[in-house]
Design a protein around this ligand. Structure first.
Ligand code: 5AD
Ligand code: SF4
Ligand code: FES
Length: 366
């Protein structure tokens, strides 16, 4: 019975699997419990991270991703520093509290230096008040350290799947796509002192419910502070397109993603959970639905309009025709409908991070 499982303090793998399979009234119970725990543990507020997708140039070839290196149908772009800083200024002026710098993967000393400089500039233009998350893939420990020292304090590096066999099926088998390296990067980020974020895609070909349950266990075992996970959405220009007929129907994938979020909220009560943009690609209210059942972070896209269309990791990416200003108004309305409020001007850091660093201290808010 789901009810008994939900009353249990510690979830076992079999319990997690049952929660992920809940339907009808049982699913309702799961969602209600997750919402209750969210409000009790992290509150009703949703924190914004203005997302700047500043370059779609990528040296990798992940089999699922629309901007993979070998997709020749992508118009490549790389925003100049001024455009990036203007977007950060938008976040600052609109009280978003934080920004995320995300791009395809590049490893070079010039890139390390460029980001280091941008971090310092963003701190300067916001008089130290903007929180900064990076999502720039696998890098050397030294690079991570330099970026941390320059002002980044959170890092997102999705494991994509914690199951090594599945990881190998969705990535080329070479040393540029090495599961062990990704784990080592997560270790480095944590030991440097970042709030460490990871996540997985849900509804991948070859993925089972058991693997998804193991993904959640992976997050707990690694003491992750923040999670962003969303449905896998097939893309024509990628090798995994060939398996499109073997996937769960899109609605079910969406539903499974919501159940993953709700279960994770029950399983890791004090972490930050982002409502992934991919949810919104399936359902216009997707992110707000996630907020109702456990998520407490949203990453509104603030990349300048001209380039949004070219950062197409998957089909149907939302908000590509809207300017940041329009998304702001749209979100104001939708978040209220989700019975939540926006933590304007706050960092909204992961409580889990502070609890694990020094148990008993309170969340640091600006
Ligand atoms: N569907 C859903 N998410 C995707 N990502 C990349 N391609 C897809 C896709 N086709 C996600 C990956 C990556 C993040 C930036 O976007 O999880 O880590
Ligand atoms: Fe590059 Fe990231 Fe896409 Fe992989 S998922 S191809 S690393 S942008
Ligand atoms: Fe972008 Fe609604 S959030 S249009």
């Amino acid at each position: 019975m789901i009810k008994n499982i939900l009353d249990n303090e510690l979830l076992q793998k079999e319990d997690i699997i049952k929660l992920l399979c809940a339907e009808g009234d049982e699913k309702k119970l799961l969602f209600e419990k997750a919402n209750e725990i969210k409000i009790r543990e992290v509150g009703r507020k949703v924190y914004f991270r203005g997302l700047i997708e500043f370059s779609n140039i990528c040296s990798k070839n992940c089999y699922y991703c629309g901007i993979r290196k070998d997709n020749k149908n992508v118009k490549r772009f790389n925003l100049n520093d001024k455009d990036i800083l203007d977007a950060a200024k938008f976040s600052f002026e609109n009280n978003y509290g934080s920004v995320v710098l995300q791009a395809g993967e590049t490893e070079s000393s010039a890139f390390t230096k460029r980001i280091e400089n941008l971090l310092k500039e963003i701190k300067k233009l916001s008089r130290g008040t903007l929180g900064i998350t990076l999502s720039l893939g696998e890098q050397s420990r030294e690079t991570y350290q330099r970026w941390f020292d320059a002002g980044a304090h959170r890092y997102l590096l999705r494991i994509e799947s914690s199951n090594e066999e599945l990881y190998k099926k969705i990535h080329p088998n070479n040393n540029k796509h090495n599961f062990q390296r990704r784990l080592a990067c997560l270790d480095d980020l944590k030991s440097i002192g970042y709030q460490n974020g990871t996540g997985v895609m849900i509804g991948l070909p070859f993925q089972t419910t058991e693997i998804l349950a193991e993904d959640l266990i992976f997050m707990k075992e690694r003491d992750i502070d923040m999670v962003g996970m969303g449905p896998y959405i097939e893309h024509k220009g990628t090798p995994l397109w060939e398996y499109r007929n073997e996937l769960l129907p899109i609605k079910e994938r969406f539903d499974l993603a919501l159940k993953m979020i709700a279960t994770l909220r029950i399983y890791m009560k004090d972490i930050n959970i982002a409502a992934a943009t991919a949810l919104q690609a399936i359902d216009p209210l997707g992110r707000e639905k996630a907020v109702k059942i456990g998520a407490n972070v949203i990453m509104p896209n603030i990349t300048p309009g001209l380039y949004r269309n070219d950062y197409s990791l998957y089909e149907n990416k939302p908000c590509v025709d809207e300017e940041p200003e329009e998304c702001k108004h749209c979100l104001d309305v939708k978040i209220k409908l989700a019975d939540a409020e926006i933590g304007y001007g706050e960092w909204g850091d992961s409580k889990h991070y502070f609890n694990r660093m020094s148990p008993g201290t309170k969340n640091r808010n600006l």
